[in-house]
Design a protein. Sequence first.
Length: 112
Amino acid sequence: MKFLVDAQLPARLAPYLVDAGHDVVHTSELPEGNRTTDAAISAIADREGRVVVTKDRDFRDGYLLFGSPRRLLVVATGNITNTALLALSRARTMRSSTLLMRPISSSSDRMP
């Protein structure tokens, strides 16, 4: 699976997903880095067939209202440290070659 990890999540998350066999880009690797706009992130993800991984509600709103990004995984863990987030991610990805969380991707999952 191909992911684009948003700036609100640690860049260290990318290697964990790569180790699980995924193609991952963190926004810090983009030409504008972590200053890349949400619209640009959505466009890149849609063009490259990537799932946007984020904690940012704006992406959820864009997905529900405009269908972009086309594929989205919202991380909703509450307030935890980056270390705890990485441990959670590692535990989930090491148990399976795919993430146990399913990204939203079909039009039937969206609100009218």
